[in-house]
Design a protein around this ligand. Structure first.
Ligand code: HEC
Length: 146
């Protein structure tokens, strides 16, 4: 009789442990799904100095130029920011309103210097013209997505 009680207790304990494992596992898996679903947020303290933000894009209004930016984007940016700039788990959206609200100069400054601490590489090695073309391409992506 005593043994049976011990066995029953052990079973209850075993079940409780099993349930705990399932709960922990589900919580963990849920976390993973939530993380992979999430588009990465940007570092709010990363902003261009006023003199850089004021720079204007030498290619504004020249639609034919945008193909250059599209090409470079496809080579260097889409793996992190997504083919349409929609963002991925590695990098934030570039078509979001808070990005598009920034000036061409500010985006140029961000692309040039990067924010390596937060995972955005510096692209100062690209010719300036290509960086301005990239900004133009980001503007176009935003109008295509909406
Ligand atoms: C290795 C991944 C990676 C690559 C490649 C990359 N980026 Fe980024 N980018 C990031 C991350 C991460 C951030 C967010 C940094 C932060 O936390 O502020 C970012 C931020 C930005 C921002 C600022 C967005 C904002 O919220 O103000 C711009 C603009 C940008 N990237 C453009 C580009 C362009 C254009 C290219 C290609 C030339 C590129 N990125 C390539 C990871 C990447």
């Amino acid at each position: 009789m005593k043994r049976q009680v011990e066995q029953a207790k052990a079973r209850v304990k075993g079940n409780a442990a099993g349930r705990l494992i399932v709960v922990v596992w589900v919580a963990f898996a849920g976390q993973l799904v939530a993380q992979t679903d999430r588009v990465r947020e940007r570092d709010p303290s990363w902003t261009a100095p006023a003199k850089d933000a004021e720079q204007s894009n030498p290619f504004t209004g020249r639609a034919s130029i945008v193909t250059g930016g599209q090409k470079v984007y496809g080579q260097r940016c889409h793996t992190c920011h997504g083919s349409q700039g929609q963002g991925t788990t590695r990098a934030p959206s570039l078509v979001a309103a808070d990005v598009q609200a920034q000036t061409d100069g500010a985006l140029f400054w961000k692309i040039s210097g990067g924010n390596t601490r937060a995972g955005m590489p510096s692209f100062s090695f690209l010719p300036g013209a290509q960086r301005w073309q990239l900004v133009l391409h980001l503007r176009r992506l935003a109008t295509e997505v909406d």
